[in-house]
Write a protein that binds this ligand. Structure first.
Ligand code: GTP
Ligand code: MG
Length: 253
């Protein structure tokens, strides 16, 4: 049974959103603990969380002085969660794009033994609200490309709303992760699938952020594209090599 859950909220300048997301999480998953991992915010994010943590012992703040990327922040937080013996770890954006009301269902599915539960925009019942058409197109086709290149039967491998069972993270390991942005989510999904673990997608309505500013940039997209292409080609070559190795040697006579 999954008794202890740690909800990880990465932040970089999310003062406009952090109180509301924590309130809403509190409302829907009152038994969980919270870890806000803040990289180099220059607004009031840290002050807000510090003040709140004085009243709420289930909330803790970890700060880093450099903005080291979403993937790096999650790896740091996962290690803390594993060291502290949590059974499940949740990824959720601070910007209210992910609705905490869905989290109890996602945790239920993880509790029933699914190794990775993804809040997915691209399964029936899922949707994206408020994104310009270009951004939806990029995300949709980026996901299709990753699924084809890596042989993933996952529709939303870039999704940032997830529940990992702690044993999943132990099995796939936190060492040697290459990607930092959206590619991080794809890489962790790829590792989970390759380890033969179970992934389930639960439909969500993803809403574009209303407050604060986006941290998405071209570098994040091109990193994901480059790495997915590299992993996919490396897979192909390895298969070919294997194919060659298994071929019956021709007789020399
Ligand atoms: N700790 C940490 N958090 C980050 C970093 N970059 C982004 N975040 C947080 O990660 C979450 C997702 O970032 P967003 O800027 O919302 O990125 P996005 O959802 O891809 O794009 P938009 O919704 O368009 O802004 C938010 O909670 C950010 O504050 C980082 O370098 N370090
Ligand atoms: Mg966002």
């Amino acid at each position: 049974m999954l008794v202890r859950t740690l909800i990880i909220v990465p932040t970089h300048n999310e003062a406009a959103n952090i109180s509301e997301i924590l309130d809403r999480l509190d409302e829907h998953v009152p038994d969980a603990d919270f870890l806000v991992i803040d990289d180099a915010s220059t607004d009031d994010t840290r002050a807000i969380v510090t003040e709140r943590a004085k009243r709420d012992t289930r909330l803790r703040l970890v700060t880093r002085e450099e903005k080291r990327g979403l993937g790096d922040a999650y790896l740091h937080a996962f290690q803390i969660g594993l060291d502290d013996g949590y059974d499940a770890m949740v990824e959720i954006d601070a910007d209210l794009s992910h609705d905490p009301a869905v989290l109890p269902t996602m945790l239920d599915v993880a509790e029933r033994g699914i190794d990775l539960v993804i809040g997915s925009r691209y399964v029936p019942g899922g949707s994206v609200i408020g994104w310009p058409r270009r951004r939806t197109w990029l995300s949709r086709w980026g996901n299709r490309y990753a699924a084809i290149m890596l042989g993933l039967a996952v529709n939303d491998a870039t999704a940032g709303y997830r529940v990992y069972r702690a044993d999943t993270l132990q099995t796939i390991g936190l060492e040697g992760v290459q990607a930092g942005g959206y590619g991080f989510q794809v890489e962790m999904t790829y590792r989970t699938v390759r380890a033969g673990l179970a992934v389930v997608e639960i439909p969500i309505a993803f809403r574009d952020r209303v407050a604060g500013s986006s941290k998405m940039n071209r570098g994040i997209v091109s990193e994901a594209f480059r790495l997915v292409t590299y992993w996919g080609l490396a897979d192909l070559l390895t298969l070919r090599r294997r194919g060659r190795a298994y071929r019956t040697p021709r007789s020399s006579t």
